[in-house]
Design a protein around this ligand. Sequence first.
Ligand code: K7E
Ligand code: CUA
Length: 703
Amino acid sequence: MKTKDHHPRVRTLLTVLATAGAMLACTALEAGAQESRRRRRGTEEAAPVALTPEQVNQLTKIANDRKLNVDDLLASAKTYMPSGRHDDYVLFSSGGQSGQIFAIGVPSMRLLRSIAVFTPESWQGYGFAGDKDPVLESLKINGKPVNWGDTHHPALSETKGDYDGQFLFIGDKANARLGVIDLRDWETKQIVKNPLTISDHGAAFVTPNTDYVIEGGQYATVLGYGYAPPEEYKKMYRGMVTMWKFDRTAGRIDTANSFALELPPYWQDLADAGKLASDGFFFINSFNSEMAVGGIEKGNPPFEAGASKRDMDYLHIIDWKKAESAFKAGKAKKINDFPVLMLDTLVAEGILHFAPEPKSPHGVDVTPNGQYMVVAGKLDPHVTIYSIEKIKSAIASKTHSGTDEYGVPVLDFDAVMEAQVELGLGPLHTQFDDKGYAYTSLFLDSAVARWTLGGEYDKLNAEQPWKLVQKTPVQYNIGHLCAAEGDTVSPDGNYLISMSKWSVDRFLPTGPLLPQNFQLLDIVQPGTVMPVIYDSPIGVGEPHYCQMIKADKLQTWKVYPEIGWDAHKQRISPDAPKKGDEGVTREGNKVLVKMTAVRSHFFPEHVEVNEGDVVTWRIVAAETAQDATHGFCIGGYNVNLSLEPGEYTEFTFVADHAGTYPFYCTEFCSALHLEMMGYLHVKPKAGAAAPAPEATTETASKK
Ligand code: K7E
Ligand code: CUA
């Protein structure tokens, strides 16, 4: 398609633009000295563009040489950021199997940085602070190091249902953990492990004021890491959802005031918190309400068939304010020392209701006004929309069609359903804009569907309510999508990301393993116009979900507030060495090193210890200039730190191998950065000579 010669079309459009003096933001193009001066000025506004005939010719030539059509030119103008100009939004994306979070600028789609969460990361010095690294300690499960995660759903903290830019949470599906990131310094502050289940999926989602961070489960197990054979599935296996209390002042999950709900062994999937009209509720999808146990090796139907037999699964409707009261009233039982409201309590207290939902659904998404819950059944071409008013009155009038096997009341489908909209094949997830449209990802169709909401949204656009408006093809196999401020009470409605799982032919081949494809869609115009304007390869993991926040909501620190800052505790540390206070002291075999780092030297430069000493090293970056970061590594001892301006770090290791170890700064911080080094001298025990280093040819000789 793009190989056609678009010359005549390009020329026509440009002539029109030029004559009309249109303000095309085409600063991407070389347009003389004036333009490049403007670009160097960075964030200042550019003057209005009026293309001269000569510039039109130049632009036309470039377009035709590069085989760009008019849409391509417009897309470049919409996404290009001149040097120094900042993006309007930050996309916080899960990093999938990398265990990290990626921060990406929108609309440029430039990767700004990664945030290490569940995987040690050497640039950030995350997990490389000697033998007793607190990060590595926090990653252990049942005493074993689990130094990776499968991150799925990031959630920005909210105030009154709006992103407040303060904190970020993310779930690790593989190991049922939650990470807490402070967005002042973009660093992970806490990791909590779910005490009931080994893996999860519906994490993280926050209630509208971030009172709770919700972690829904997925594959049912015996709660509390127990054992039972598959034959006892219905009796012994259970699902769960955990409500982690968030303490905003401490910036930490308060595990002592957190609790969970026991759920039937259906596979709970994604969750979303109610807001405004539905505040006080949250909603979780489920599949495998068949309770299939698989066993393809025994001739049983495989999970994929057994778990897809029924036409309906159960939307879980949870009144979390009632759950909180029941927990505070002491109605929880302890499993693995963690309080759990058991199923009979959930039924007795009216905390849990089900509504039938078609068919093996994946996403449930609450509209910005909180009135509707949109459920996308993977195996149903429709989305099904539920009304909170109808749900509330069905609960009040007990309009049930019976109970499930565990006694949970099932609300009558017709009593709670508002509408169904046929969209296409494989609907997964839904996002919203400010013009009364919803956007649903169609995995099998490889498309984004735009459709209209009803009720109070009807007046916001020209189309009929509850109708498909348009489908934009994406490449390929879209999973989640993400609109600007799309999970808030007031979405912005200008950008949408298609998180396309396969990229196949979109980029240069990169071996058999290909990147994911984040595609940026321009959703500003109503109606049927919704073009893809950028393809961005993500070659570091398979992200599942992201959230997009207006950049000016973030209150990011430029440097740490004071020299000697303990970034973990977010306060100045009394232990941080001060200038003039540096040195090496000893008590028995315990050595304390107090060091400062400032361009371009460490103080002290020689540190002498004895083989077998336990060395505690305190180091502070005595810098106040933005971006004046130092690194600090000791090769051979697995120590590598990133020392941002003002930051204080302490690490401990056993100097169990004699020798002379250069330490050096790993960030090119100044002209004399290479000189920013020193020596750790580990003196051999009396009588023992330092052993020669091992030969390094082993790998080669094995071949
Ligand atoms: Cu991949 Cu939300 Cu984990 Cu859907 S999830 S695609
Ligand atoms: Cu400090 Cu390089």
